[in-house]
Design a protein around this ligand. Structure first.
Ligand code: AMP
Ligand code: ZN
Length: 219
């Protein structure tokens, strides 16, 4: 399909209907596989596209952003494909952000950052260009050209209360799984073995004789 550089492809209504029909006939795993084939970060993870890796473990990787806001701008990416953050299991999100946090400290020394922004976009409307979850770690320097801003809005008391209620009601369903404390069932105290005095170069002390208490005689 002809497509001008940087523009979204334009589909005819017939093409859209065809795509919808095809998607409806596909299994969820097949759809996931199709998405992965088109995902640039999945291609990087598959080794099909070069990236400048700075970190990797079993679950996440981090590489340099190809269009950095500042030198050392990193992307921390889960190895498993999720389009947006709310789809990810909590434990995996925890791991992703722990790595982002660690890297946010490393860039201070590594590239001389004086500050750092952690940015995570979800959905096209929020500025997400690559639909594979990722966390930006953006080192900040004095007088750099990174812009992260919004126009400060206004909010009346009644509006604030209405929004507060709407969110707080839903937030009641948040279920944070605290790690269970380990229960120590039995503490067995072992005697600490003491080195013998001979081994320490000292003469062995004779065991003290048991003294029988002397009885005082009455005159
Ligand atoms: P976002 O707007 O949050 O989706 O950010 C996507 C980021 O991915 C942008 O900052 C891009 O510069 C970056 N990016 C796109 N393609 C690549 C690539 N092949 N290697 C590294 N970074 C990339
Ligand atoms: Zn992907």
């Amino acid at each position: 399909m002809a497509q001008a550089a940087g523009k979204q492809p334009q589909y005819t209504p017939e093409q859209i209907a065809q795509i919808k029909k095809k998607l409806a006939s596909m299994k969820p795993e097949e759809i996931q596989e199709m998405i992965k084939k088109q995902c640039i970060f999945c291609k990087i993870l598959a080794g099909e596209i070069l990236a400048y890796y700075v970190y990797q473990d079993k679950k996440v990787v981090a590489f340099l952003d190809i269009q950095p806001g500042n030198p050392g701008h990193l992307l921390v990416v889960p190895k498993k494909h999720y389009s947006v953050l709310p789809q990810m299991p909590d434990e995996e999100v925890g791991h992703l952000f722990t790595v982002a946090k660690q890297l946010s400290g490393i860039v201070f020394d590594a590239v001389g950052a004086e500050g750092v922004n952690i940015v995570q976009n979800n959905g096209q409307v929020a500025g997400q260009m690559v639909p594979h979850v990722h966390v930006h770690v953006i080192p900040r320097m004095q007088k750099d050209e990174v812009v992260i801003e919004w126009k400060p809005g206004k909010m009346s008391d009644s509006e604030a209360k209405k929004i507060q209620t709407a969110i707080a009601e839903k937030a009641k369903s948040i279920n944070i799984k605290e790690p269970k404390p380990k229960i120590v069932e039995k503490i067995v105290e072992k005697p600490i073995p003491q080195p013998s005095p001979e081994k320490m170069g000292k003469p062995a002390k004779k065991p003290a004789k048991k003294r029988t208490p002397k009885l005082k005689r009455h005159p």
